[in-house]
Write a protein that binds this ligand. Sequence first.
Ligand SMILES: N[C@@H](CCC(=O)N[C@@H](CS)C(=O)NCC(=O)O)C(=O)O
Length: 287
Amino acid sequence: MRFERPREEPTEDRGGCRQYGSQAVNASRPHRLITLAFSHYNEKARWALDRYAIPYSEEPHMPFVCSLAVAVATRGRGGKADRTSSRYSTPVLILNDGRVLSDSTDIVRFAAEGDDSLFPSSEVSELVDHYGDQLGPYTRFLAYWHLGRHPGMIERLAADNVGSRQAKVFQRLAPLIESQLTRALSLTEAGRDRAMARLREELDAAGSRLGDRDYLCGDRFIAADLTFGALLAPVLCITPEEGFGAILPELASLDDEARALISEVRAHRAGQFALRIYGEERRRCQS
Ligand SMILES: N[C@@H](CCC(=O)N[C@@H](CS)C(=O)NCC(=O)O)C(=O)O
């Protein structure tokens, strides 16, 4: 079943979501969000747009198809490459005035424009970049590592997350795409061990940073919290009911190693924190 996020026109009060800032809203032409549907960097963008009740229409895609979609939507130009992605990476937000935002942090900043509380200091911006560089690539690695060990799972993700035509084409090409992913991400056991070690370091660092505080930088929800929660999603295997904006595999369909990983992350102080902020700051803001 494809996950449909119901859309509605913005109102003054969107179930607890405040409408901040001064975004020029053309309700008849929402912004276009081109995504790799189940990706965590894309969840980061959706979370911010939903939080600020910015109207957008998501165009969800599968791996590789998303890069083609970005190339088409940007007339071949793409966005900007960085250490973790190519210039055809997602998310890409095409604004209804023609501007193109091709990085998740740029999209969060756009969504939060006019509200300083999400990026209150350079410490917060540095932490957002840190998680983008030092957490996202490793949780992505682990997600694809486990995906590759579960026959039929990527086909199931296609059926659950993108339109039926794209899903059918993707399913036919899945063996080829999986081997490309294995090569592109160097999915080796040594890589898995390193990703696990880096993930554990980041979880422990976030746990220590939290201490007995409610949020990563103190007593208020900020962009680093949003980024941490979004980029941890693959190893929480978080569900739409818990707040995630796409569909990840069901826990029951996973093997012991994958389930052990998810249990470990969910039990960690930092994993518990991420689950809490999905409940408190994400779920209520989905439009
Ligand atoms: N720095 C980028 C990273 C985005 C990223 O790595 N996106 C992945 C999905 S998880 C992607 O689309 N990869 C395809 C590519 O890089 O060509 C951001 O935060 O927006």
